[in-house]
Design a protein around this ligand. Structure first.
Ligand code: DHB
Ligand code: MG
Length: 239
């Protein structure tokens, strides 16, 4: 039984989404250690997040493992990722698709792309990952125009105001039965505030509306707590 500091619900509650309550942290550490086993490649990639434009934004180890499992459970061979950062989740996807699979990951910031490329080399996965530098909306437009082979799974985890745009691109670039996952959709509960003026919250609410209005998508959303604070993800399937 792990020691649970501040496990009482009135104590240790984080002040914002960049903080995790101590009890959440202990439980995440417990599961990550017991079930996930982040190896050297992944822990190096996580630490290298400090050198990106958004330190600490990569998914938690147990969330990365979930992304890998969803990839394998759905039998996905081609994955498209919006927002590479240090490439932490990219590595989970690239491992999950196996040697015959591939991941295309889109990153705006050259600094982040450089960090990620180093991580892909270290991971021995560079041959199955294509990192496209530039604005994701433009990169996906080029993929659409080039008639890219349809993707089986899409992870939307970039600038949140563009979520609706990225969903549209994902719908044009996927096959029937594809899985679409959207990260960071709870934002400390702010997502439930229809009056929020935060462009990131508005981006999340707009993509929720777009998914709800799309006949070809079946979706749910889950809240998560853990080392990343209070957040959540949408999982959708296109028919
Ligand atoms: C933010 C974005 C992310 O993708 C993430 O994992 C954490 C935070 C953000 O926009 O604040
Ligand atoms: Mg994210």
């Amino acid at each position: 039984m792990p020691n649970l500091p501040n496990a009482h619900p009135d104590r240790g509650v984080p002040a914002n989404r960049y903080e995790a309550a101590p009890a959440w942290r202990v439980v995440d550490d417990y599961f990550a250690e017991a079930l996930v086993g982040e190896d050297d490649v992944l822990s190096y990639a996580r630490a290298s997040g400090e050198r990106t434009t958004m330190p600490n934004a990569e998914v938690a180890a147990n969330q990365g493992a979930l992304l890998g499992l969803l990839t394998q459970i759905s039998g996905a061979r081609r994955v498209l990722e919006f927002g590479t950062l240090a490439g932490y989740s990219t590595i989970w996807f690239a491992r999950a698709v196996g040697p015959e699979g591939s991941v295309v990951t889109l990153e705006l910031e050259p600094t982040n792309a450089e960090v990620a490329r180093e991580n892909f080399m270290r991971a021995g996965l560079a041959d199955r990952i294509e990192l496209i530098e530039g604005a994701a909306a433009e990169s996906t437009q080029r993929l659409i125009e080039a008639g890219a082979e349809p993707f089986d799974l899409v992870f939307i985890d970039a600038d949140k105001p563009s979520n609706p745009l990225y969903l549209q691109a994902a719908l044009e670039l996927t096959r029937s039965g594809a899985v679409i996952i959207v990260d960071n959709v709870v934002r400390d509960g702010a997502v439930a505030n229809a009056e929020s003026a935060d462009p990131r919250v508005i981006g999340v609410r707009s993509v929720v509306d777009a998914i709800a209005a799309c006949d070809g998508l079946t979706a749910t959303a889950l809240q998560t707590v853990g080392i990343k604070g209070w957040d959540g993800l949408i999982v959708a399937r296109r028919s």
